[in-house]
Ligand binder design. Structure first.
Ligand code: S3P
Length: 441
């Protein structure tokens, strides 16, 4: 099968209700927590994407069995540090930064050295951000230039740490929290705000974790060595996947969409705040708390007049995976949109800030970059008619999605390579687009 798609037609006049794929961050966490619980946990609507399947393979290599019965994953845990680790174990996190960083936190007591590897993209990503706190716990880590492959050897003599986390990375924060579970005493993290699924999951498990909110930061206190029981969990939809359909609807003529049962945790919905600042009237309806997380249906309508935004940097972390698609809206908005301090975008599956600027220039948009700040000169009349080919984006799933939405809303004739990148987070992406009416070859 060819690994590219062709899009030649714009989309308009749709009115649909859809579900997007399950949340990737929460799916990975649910698998990892089930591996540490006492007993058999049952997880439904688990995202069956490569990152999550690699999480399942990882716990299996560490001696945790699972099965799938009638759509529900059953995972049998033996409590904290209940892994059975064989000599010369090699774990492959594939493309997933979240899996790679979080699993290290569960290996801090391993008596056997474990090697962690990843794909081409993950092997370019920096691990110093987790190596530093892990070493402070007393864990032995070997790696060249803080890149994968990395070797971790745990210790019996873990000591609780006090850590100042200034990146605003949920992966770093979560790695420390998971390490703290196996560490006697109280670990304290003062963390720049970032998505809080790990903390909410632990609260759902009734684990002793305390979060004290300060402005832009959270002080998190975790008491180690408390066991928790197995659980039942249904994973909600992923706002990061929904974001492509939100923008598709906003920028398509005469269209409406309802995206059902999406996780709308405050630490994730920066995109909704930003797009509403630009004039979109996105509404969250049927809000409810489910297993500690807030979920809702997202209602979106197409809009003619979008205005530029001066994006408040305090929203950066809650929209970090969505800026690519937000930039497309800025490209169609009236005026100059300003975004600041987006260096973290270059630490993702690809150097997303660099690639986003290249992409905007490719579609004829003026962009001025000063260090990690960018100004996007919007053009409400922007329509594309040329031929475009997307390649060499390190199979970054979100760049693939961005290219598809651009083709469907602005036009042009697009050949988009690396179609299999969708399997990282949203295997049904193209199917969902076709369901709405998109013509994709
Ligand atoms: C994630 C956190 C974010 C995000 C990533 C998933 C998580 O990364 O970009 O896609 O599940 O914790 P950082 O924590 O590095 O910002």
């Amino acid at each position: 099968m060819t690994n590219h798609i062709i899009i030649k037609n714009k989309l308009s006049n749709f009115n649909k209700k859809i579900r997007v794929s399950a949340d990737k961050s929460i799916s990975i966490r649910s698998v990892l927590f089930a591996s540490q619980a006492v007993g058999t946990s049952k997880i439904s609507n688990l995202l069956e994407s490569e990152d999550v399947l690699n999480s399942l393979k990882t716990i299996k290599k560490l001696g945790i069995d699972y099965s799938k019965v009638g759509g529900v994953y059953k995972i049998k845990g033996y409590g904290l540090n209940g892994f059975n680790i064989k000599n010369k174990t090699i774990l492959n996190a594939g493309n997933s930064g979240t899996l790679a960083r979080l699993i290290l936190g569960l290996l801090v007591k391993s008596k056997t050295e474990v090697k962690l590897i990843g794909d081409k993209s993950l092997s370019k990503r920096d691990f110093s951000r987790v190596i530093k706190p892990l070493r402070q716990f007393g864990v032995n880590i070997k790696s060249k230039n803080s890149l994968l492959p990395l070797k971790i050897l745990g210790t019996e003599f873990l000591r609780p740490i006090k850590y100042q986390e200034n990146i605003g990375s949920a992966q770093v924060k979560s790695c420390i929290i998971l390490s703290a579970l196996n560490t006697p005493g109280i670990t304290e993290i003062n963390s720049k705000s970032s998505r809080n699924h790990t903390e909410l999951f632990l609260k759902f498990l009734k684990y002793p974790i305390k979060v004290i909110k300060k402005s832009g930061y959270e002080k998190i206190l975790v008491r180690g060595l408390k066991q928790f029981s197995s659980f039942e969990y249904e994973v909600p939809g992923d706002i990061s996947s929904a974001s492509f359909f939100i923008v598709l609807t906003l920028l398509s003529k005469n269209s409406k969409i309802i995206i059902k049962k999406v996780n709308v945790n405050k630490s994730r919905i920066g995109i909704i705040s930003i797009l509403n600042l630009m004039g979109a009237k996105i509404k969250l309806k049927r809000k409810m708390i489910y297993n500690g997380e807030e979920i809702a249906d997202i209602h979106v309508k197409s809009i003619k007049n979008l205005s530029a935004v001066n994006c408040p940097p305090k929203l950066n972390s809650s929209a970090i995976d969505e800026f690519l698609i937000i930039f497309l809206v800025a490209a169609k908005a009236r005026g100059i949109s300003k975004f600041k301090d987006l260096g973290e975008m270059n630490k993702k599956e690809s150097k997303r800030l660099n690639l986003a600027i290249k992409f905007l220039k490719l579609i004829g948009i003026k962009v001025v970059r000063i260090q990690n700040d960018i100004n996007i000169y919007g053009n409400p009349d922007l329509i594309l008619s040329k031929k475009f080919e997307m390649k060499n984006f390190l199979k970054d799933h979100r760049i693939f999605f961005l290219s598809c939405i651009t083709a469907l809303t602005l036009g042009g004739e697009w050949k988009i390579n690396d179609r299999d990148s969708i399997n990282t987070s949203f295997p049904n992406f193209l199917k969902t687009l076709r369901m709405i009416g998109a013509k994709i070859n």
